[in-house]
Design a protein around this ligand. Sequence first.
Ligand SMILES: Cc1ncc(COP(=O)(O)O)c(C=O)c1O
Length: 451
Amino acid sequence: MTAIAPLPVAAAPTHDESLDALWMPFTANKAFKAKPRMLVGAKDMHYVADDGREILDGAAGLWCVNAGHCRKPIVEAVQKAVATIDFAPAFQMGHPATFQLASELTELLPRGLDRVFFSNSGSESVDTALKMALAYWRARGQTQRTRFVGRMRGYHGVGFGGISVGGIAPNRDAYAGQLLPHVSHLPTTHDLARNAFSRGMPKHGVELADALLPIIAEHGPDTTAAVIVEPMAGSTGVLVPPVGYLERLRAICDQHGILLIFDEVITGFGRLGAPFAAQHFGVTPDMIAMAKGITNATIPMGATAVRRDIHDTIVAATERGIELFHGYTYSGHPIATAAALATLKLYRDEGIFERAAALMPLWEDAVHSLAGEPHVIDIRNIGIVGAIEMSTRDGMMGARAMDAMNACFWNENLLVRITGEIIALSPPLIVSESQVGEIVDRVRRVLRSIA
Ligand SMILES: Cc1ncc(COP(=O)(O)O)c(C=O)c1O
């Protein structure tokens, strides 16, 4: 009889075991638990760490706290709502505030996108958009239009739809290829060789939109349901669209009757100084997926806005009963709705988008002042977003950026976001001019210290 090999004896834990039960999302769990970075409070531009330090928020949490933390009008609206109506079924029942929120959103959205469906996250708002695209073509009798076109280095959340159209290999590889069929990808617009250190939109790369043409030619002109892109790709390192690129994509989609979806989960709600990036870039898609800043991240919420005729076509195709077999228990949840209404009012009352727009030139200069610091190979910016790309140390992708994030947090009391070898900056839009200087000075010291 062969002996069963004993299981390896677990090494003695080197960390606080009370952290073990939580499986953290998109986190190196072992490394985190060995040296946890804990946040216990937040107000305006700062977090409070568990050791009492004030951490300047250079990332708006996760690109989402656009009006700053724990803002009183939002807190009070949530408190009032939770004591008034904790939950209302979203199916076959209505809650007046949710209708009001949909109407208010249409005032911010590009003209024509005036039908809104609620969900709870960016991932859900993206999957909702993809399903609506398929339902639309089916309603029009074009059932062969099932192909989606995403883009390399696109991030569209973690649903099976989102990872299929997304262009990030590690987000897909773990799942044994069980993805949506009929998906193609455009090349990324990131082109360091031609565009490094561009201020705002890079000059080169409009022709990359033409990569849609061979995809259309290969699969037949009338098989593509929709193209989905982030107007500015945030999560994969602040990839700003080249001049003319989005217009070209729009034109090709129009020529071939293909729907264009903008994933504005990061760019929505003032990040580029306009309500949506669509308005900033002057290109109107057929659908917009949004989340994050819709409630200033206070309560989870997502939404998908579509052109009125897309909605009308789907609704008209069913004579009686439910027109779209889709929805979430918490679609338009009353507390999230209250948070969103208070957030939109705060954005209006404080002119937060206009404020961001006015700050953009100063932000651009500040971020680009980091050019020339050790290991910096590119600086990018658009709206109140910046990226510092560094060279990779000894083939260890991401190690330098991880050191930078830790040094920012532990030594400089600054929260930044990293991806690959890129430090991404996207502070709340209430950031003051002197805080912009603080953020950049702290990053500069970190770049020098980790050199
Ligand atoms: C462009 C984009 N789409 C979708 C998502 C997913 O959003 P969520 O994490 O709320 O599901 C994100 C999250 O960062 C995002 O940046």
